[in-house]
Design a protein around this ligand. Sequence first.
Ligand code: FAD
Length: 493
Amino acid sequence: MAEYDLAIIGGGINGAGLARDAAGRGLRVLLCEQTDLASGTSSASTKLIHGGLRYLEYGELRLVREALAERERLLRIAPHLVRPQRLVLPVRPGGRPAWVLRLGLFLYDRLGGRGILPGTQRLDLTHHETGLPLQRKYRSGFAFSDCSVDDARLVVLNALDAAERGAAIRTRTKVVRAERDTEWRLILNNQGRRHVATARVLVNAAGPWSGIVSETIVRQDGRPPLRLVKGSHIVVRKLFDHSNGYVLQNDDGRVIFALPFGTDCTLIGTTDEDFADDLDALAPSAHEILYLCRAVTSYFRQAVTPEDVIWAFSGVRSLYDDGARRAQAVTRDYHLSLDERFREAPLLTIYGGKITTYRRLAEAAMAKLSHCFDMRGKAWTGDAPLPGGDVPWNGIDALAAQARRDWPFLDEAAAQRLVRAYGTRLARVLGEGQSSAREPPFGPLSASEVRYLMRYEWARTADDVLWRRTRLGLTLNTDQREALARFMANETI
Ligand code: FAD
């Protein structure tokens, strides 16, 4: 008998979300991630849980409706990671007319149902704080609702919940070969150590690598229907002093987001370029950086130049190839392809998808595979909180205030950061007292937090901690980073 019911290749949001759903239904699940959880596209997103206003123009009503409904669901199951994000859409002279924007937003407000998030509001930008940083020609606009998310932590907490429900989560474990018989025999490489695992069903959730997995690891015939589209972001010192974000219509018809990032930065993105290069050498090009700088400079009073960029990153969307001509027009909806053959173990390949729709994608995958297993239970993830998320959606400030009473050495910023990362599990991170008193802190990070991340959240390197478990990558200086790396190298877990 196979060791696992379901083996998943890829620890991005789709793999981790599916592992959680399947483990919660009683399946024996193995998830293999070749490097760190969320090290692929799932930490390089615009970090929005959104319906995707732009997709309405492409008639993607199914996707928009599903994604809109997910906003409040994810806000309820992970209120520490997800928060309401008000977005300002200025009317651009010569761009889409105001009535078109109003019509789109009218649909946006109604398609997916809203209970928590406020609806669209018309703005006079000449008399509203969100108009202050903009050039004078932007005189009116709209404000509407979406949510923002800590994308990488969403992946990690799905994996954590899957593990707590019995799944085996193997990071730094590459699936190097998959041999198909009546069950799958997987050859795994864990940092030079070879392992073998067997499973009844295999899922290819390798995101942009799924074509490589299909061709060289699973060795499927035919070209996978995959379109790789690169998107880059830049981060600059903050361009505005309020908590709203902006959706900017660019002169090429695309939209660019300018969003609050951390306490003192603005995140600007993204681009859409067909991608055929090496996934391991992914970086924003000078051309993309200039494109984003020009797009925001055409809106804000303050010009943004490549010299202002303090960080830039890229991700690759692995979209289902629907034959669209332009990269921006390719569908963002997901597609599940089930390959079943007589007396051979099934293979499910995931194409496309959004962070926003990961939970629905997992449900659809489980429905597609339901005949393969004797599963207990039905769809369950819609109202089961992620670890630390068992708090009301608007209860985070109260939780931060409680944290300051429980650990008086925390200032407001530290309490907010910790509660937004760990929610009600903060006590497990900080323990009874200030364990950092005798140990060196690494900037805002305490030794006890680092230890927690190593023991319970699969963090192995300083980059895992700084870029994918916390958002402190831009905060620590070189000395603190090196001290953190040394500490982690000496820590036994
Ligand atoms: P990935 O996150 O790439 O995960 C695949 C994983 O598979 C990787 O971690 C990789 O290391 C692993 N892997 C590959 N090969 C192997 C192997 N042989 N063995 C083991 N592991 C392997 N969505 C939203 O909802 N909101 C947004 O604001 C948003 N913005 C975006 C902006 C950009 C620029 C991009 C590119 C995407 C954006 N998206 C957004 C979409 C979203 O980020 C992706 O749909 C999602 O992250 C895809 O997740 P995934 O799990 O399929 O892929």
